[in-house]
Write a protein of this length. Structure first.
Length: 416
């Protein structure tokens, strides 16, 4: 067993930021027992850190957070933007809510500084595995053929970056939104849709920023932009893309409800919402790119009684989940969101333990009603009971089924 674990980390180049030497025990274990090659960072300057990562071909960036964690988290953010394939892990004893959100968005894992070395090793291996899946040759080949370069809205990027460091006022958010009228118009249309749940019209970005949580508004802005980036064409007849988007909204809100029911941390609730909102963006991409072919494989999925993703894999070499997750990766979305999008149909492939963003999205996608389409093809996940049992969630599942049924009924009543 020990030799096998050593083989897994043999030669892995780990950049360590630990000025106080607090991680000495963990570092010794990584180096002497696991065979990792450690490189110690002597500065917290961004340019110097990026230079070391590039020159030393760093694969893992490990940092002990100081009493001023924004400094180290800022380094993690810079590495994520420049070298997203580097696995980023921080260890800490305490974070404020804002800092916890920041850490969850720019690292693969934020671990307790007292965690055993086995937990740290598992975190590294989990990050490696996710990257390996996303960069399989079949996925890279299809994405290069797809050649869809989607630039994220400037207002979204500015809101995302600024809110990691400070609380943004509704006025500040409104000013950023008003700088891109076309993008904001799509956001307001989504906010005012019956599926979002407000029973009166929200008239301005300032009002939206005053009523909605800033992160929720940021994520709705992203979704509105992405939905518009992959429009249906005249050959597409199976269902309006707006119907897929409406169901995705329901899945996102249902996943968020599940997180609240188990009292998950606020950043988990937020990430479950955005992961549910975008979990099927890959369907929209594939259908927009290959309308005729995609309608054929939907029909085949029904006639062969096979899941849609299996037919996608045969035809394109990729699934909609892989396409969506790869796009999320390129847009520097949180790792938990990428994982949830990637594994929402087959969550047992993930090693993330316990209740997670993935579990919330998988359960919500399985329990929210599938949408009508001319092929009669189900786009929903099939509940993976083996996964539920593996994580010991059989009893909570019964309550979740009632919760989501009540939620859907409430949504339908609100639309009448």
């Amino acid at each position: 067993m020990a030799q096998q674990e050593t083989d897994k980390l043999q030669g892995v180049r780990v950049l360590v930021l630990d000025p106080t030497g607090y991680l000495r025990v963990q570092c010794n274990a990584l180096e002497r027992e696991q065979g990792a090659e450690l490189i110690y960072l002597k500065s917290i300057e961004v340019d110097e850190t990026l230079q070391v990562v590039e020159e030393q071909q760093v694969q893992v960036f490990l940092a002990m957070l100081s009493d001023h964690p924004d400094l180290e988290l800022g380094l993690m953010e810079a590495v994520q933007e420049r070298f997203p394939d580097v696995i980023r892990i921080v260890l800490t004893s305490h974070l404020t809510m804002r800092q916890a959100f920041f850490a969850s968005e720019v690292t693969h894992h934020a671990l307790l500084d007292t965690c055993p070395i086995e937990t740290l090793i598992q975190a590294i291996e989990t990050g490696q595995r996710l990257t390996q899946i996303l960069f399989k040759q079949d996925i890279l080949r299809y994405m290069s053929v797809l050649n869809m370069q989607v630039e994220l809205p400037r207002s979204y990027l500015q809101i995302r970056k600024q809110m990691r460091r400070e609380a943004l006022t509704p006025k500040a958010i409104s000013d950023l939104l008003n700088s891109e009228p076309d993008v904001t118009a799509r956001l307001m249309e989504l906010v005012n849709s019956a599926w979002y749940g407000y029973h009166r019209e929200i008239e301005s970005p300032l009002e939206a920023a005053s009523l909605l949580d800033a992160r929720t508004l940021r994520d709705l802005l992203l979704a509105a932009h992405l939905f518009a980036s992959f429009p249906e064409n005249e050959r597409w007849k199976s269902f309006p893309f707006s119907t897929l988007q409406q169901r995705s909204m329901l899945v996102g809100k249902a996943a968020q409800h599940l997180c609240r029911a188990v009292k998950a941390r606020p950043y988990v609730q937020n990430q479950a919402f955005v992961a549910g909102l975008l979990h099927d963006i890959g369907i929209q991409v594939l259908a927009a790119r290959s309308a005729g072919v995609y309608q054929e494989i939907m029909s085949e999925a029904v006639s062969l009684d096979q899941p849609l993703y299996a037919l996608e894999k045969l035809e394109f070499g990729v699934t909609h989940a892989e396409v969506g997750a790869h796009l999320m990766y390129g847009w520097h979305m949180p790792t938990s969101v990428i994982e949830a999008v990637l594994f929402h149909h087959f969550p047992n492939a993930s090693q993330t333990p316990g209740f997670s963003v993935l579990m919330a999205v998988h359960v919500a996608d399985a329990l929210v009603r599938s949408m009508d389409n001319t092929m009669g093809c189900s786009l929903a996940s099939k509940l993976n009971n083996a996964y539920i049992n593996r994580e010991g969630m059989e009893k909570p599942l019964m309550a979740w089924q009632i919760l989501i049924a009540d939620f859907q009924e409430e949504v339908m009543l609100g639309m009448q």
